[in-house]
Design a protein around this ligand. Structure first.
Ligand SMILES: NC(=O)c1ccc[n+]([C@@H]2O[C@H](COP(=O)([O-])OP(=O)(O)OC[C@H]3O[C@@H](n4cnc5c(N)ncnc54)[C@H](OP(=O)(O)O)[C@@H]3O)[C@@H](O)[C@H]2O)c1
Length: 393
């Protein structure tokens, strides 16, 4: 996650997932810093109306709508199965913001790194499923990987480096808001409905990550992300619940010092840092007033009521294709929960059963093995929803 000052010339930016929550925030950053950035390409899946509005406003050269069919106007439409990779490797693109959901961006991320691009990676599932492969590419290619996830951006800033140095650092401490059900018992959680789980106390995010925040799976995914991004042993990564979401993460040093990164809960701050690194410039993010906030509190997560945190950690320790299965099964479970086909507590049961049934790939992890495990887990989890969801109340 290294880099040099970008102030010298305008950089071309591509945003994969521009119609989403992170994508919209990335557009705000680009719009606020026109001397530094120009928009080259946009990609979305279904929201044709918003994508067209973005094209009309920002006038990129290229755009892609994954559902296809509709003609976009005022832009060269990229309409082939490799469209995301095509956009991620365009000659006039310097920075690729990867803000899609799920596993679709694994290949485009790898190809962008190989093509020497700066990848500003928000999509955590890419690192969870294929961290070993993506980080190998990031460390050996001319491309640069910069994390956008707020907790990992905080760790990157606190470490002052993209590596965990065991001589200096004792622990990475990832903060969690605790989601809307902080303090709830398993019994209370059995009554949760999708509308309750979609009400995040602090962040306004896409539906998938909002549900992952409510189950604490999001922190499980972030442990795996931190493990790969910073080359850090799993047992040196811990999670602490911090309901105010102002301290975005911390690094504990051997001498007893704790270094924290503090900012408002606004994704435009870590996105801008990934885009302008190492510069700190005036952008759309607002300063925070600690006196107004008044109180910053910290507590242990409840691992009994929120088992996905432990399930994710175990999957990470097992390695190989287990994290891919974890992530793929969770996507199916969240989709089924949002569709009213699976209970809130059923999400962790479905993920655990998918992991239990998985036979991992042998040997070093390959992209083919990740793809195969992804397909297997999705099918297996869908079958579980059909067969078992009524029992998991
Ligand atoms: N939201 C946050 O604050 C936050 C923070 C940290 C990390 N993240 C991570 O960032 C990623 C995005 O999160 P989000 O909350 O922004 O999600 P979101 O609001 O659901 O947006 C997802 C975006 O991806 C697009 N998309 C999905 N599949 C695609 C495909 N095959 N081709 C092209 N575009 C595709 C969607 O298009 P349509 O809208 O047109 O369907 C949408 O623009 C996730 O991995 C999440 O875990 C999010």
């Amino acid at each position: 996650m290294a880099g040099m000052s970008n102030a010298a010339r305008q950089q071309g930016v591509v945003i994969l997932g521009s119609t989403g929550s992170v994508g919209g925030s990335a557009l705000d950053v680009v719009a606020a810093l026109p001397d530094r950035f120009r928009l080259v390409g946009l990609a979305a899946a279904t929201n044709q109306r918003l994508l067209q509005q973005q094209i009309d406003t920002f006038q990129p050269s290229y755009a892609h709508l994954a559902t296809g069919g509709t003609r976009l106007t005022g832009v060269e439409q990229i309409d082939n199965p490799e469209a995301l990779t095509h956009l991620a490797t365009l000659d006039d693109a310097d920075i690729i913001v990867v803000a899609t959901t799920g596993h679709t961006a694994i290949e485009p991320t790898i190809q962008a790194l190989r093509a020497g691009k700066i990848v500003a990676l928000a999509n955590k599932e890419t690192i969870v499923a294929a961290g070993e492969i993506v980080m190998r590419e990031a460390r050996t290619s001319t491309g640069i990987l910069r994390t956008v996830d707020s907790e990992h951006s905080a760790l990157w800033q606190c470490l002052g480096s993209d590596r965990f140095d065991p001589e200096r650092v004792r622990r990475l401490i990832i903060t969690a808001s605790g989601g809307p059900f902080r303090g709830w018992t398993s019994e209370q959680l059995s009554t949760v409905r999708p509308a309750d789980a979609l009400k995040h106390p602090n962040w306004n995010m896409g539906d998938k990550i909002t549900i992952d925040s409510a189950t604490l799976m999001n922190k499980g995914l972030e442990i795996i992300e931190a493990r790969w991004l910073f080359d850090c042993p799993l047992d040196a990564i811990s999670v602490v619940v911090h309901p105010q979401s102002i301290v975005h993460s911390m690094v504990e040093l051997h001498d007893g010092s704790l270094i924290a990164q503090i900012a408002s809960h606004d994704m435009r701050v870590p996105i801008q840092y990934a885009l302008t690194f190492p510069d700190r410039v005036l952008g759309p993010g607002k300063p925070i007033n600690l006196v107004t906030i008044g109180e910053l509190t910290f507590e242990e997560p409840n691992l009994e009521a929120f088992p996905l945190l432990t399930i994710a950690r175990d999957a990470a320790a097992q390695g190989s294709t287990y994290p891919t299965v974890l992530s793929a099964a969770d996507s199916v479970a969240v989709e089924a929960f949002l569709a009213g086909r699976l209970s809130f507590l059923g999400i962790s049961r479905l993920v655990q059963e998918s992991l239990d049934a998985h036979t991992p790939s042998s040997g070093p992890l390959t992209l083919a093995a990740v793809r195969e495990a992804d397909t297997w887990a999705e099918q297996y989890a869908r079958q579980l929803v059909e067969e078992r969801s009524s029992q998991w109340k």
